[in-house]
Design a protein. Sequence first.
Length: 207
Amino acid sequence: MLHASLELTPDITAMRSEFAALDASLSAEHRTCFGGDGSWTAISLMDRSAPGRSTDRGGSPTPTLNTMPSVRTFLEGFDCTIVACHISRQAPGGTLKWHYDNQALHLTEARLLLPIQVPPEARTYIGHEIVAYPEGVVWTGDFSFPHMVENPSSHQRIVLLIDILSNDWIRGRAPTALSENAHRRAALSGAAQNAWLEWPGRQAAYT
């Protein structure tokens, strides 16, 4: 198993409304560009710890979090350390190319995703699988496997990203199969990473 939904219930209607107001008022300097081609921007709601600060203390809320009380209430229900939280925007036609991260439920850190506004054409590839969770459904994946995200539609894709320290509380809200057999997962993801790094077409895909 490479991905699954989580037993968490956000107030997606309130989040969608609050984001619309925030998006209309926030200036460009409060948005961080990433993704290589500039097609992604992020609005930080919780910043990662400063260098040298212990990550087990969690991230720091930004003033922008106060503009989205539904997100703040949702995060307050977490019984785990939240390392960072931001809202990502993938522009129409945008692609986040193949890469891998050290994030999964069986690892120290995991990433949770909550689609707020997603066109049906937008999709994530994790290894050999295609992922497209609907708005309002929190999900996570084993992102130590190579993955990519594309939005071939004419509409933007808005997702709340939450980075946490993995623990039994969050693992208990996902199927057991998504975090068990950590040694086998490490071996398989390592093989997948090596296969991607050795793929002859990899460099061509980034030019």
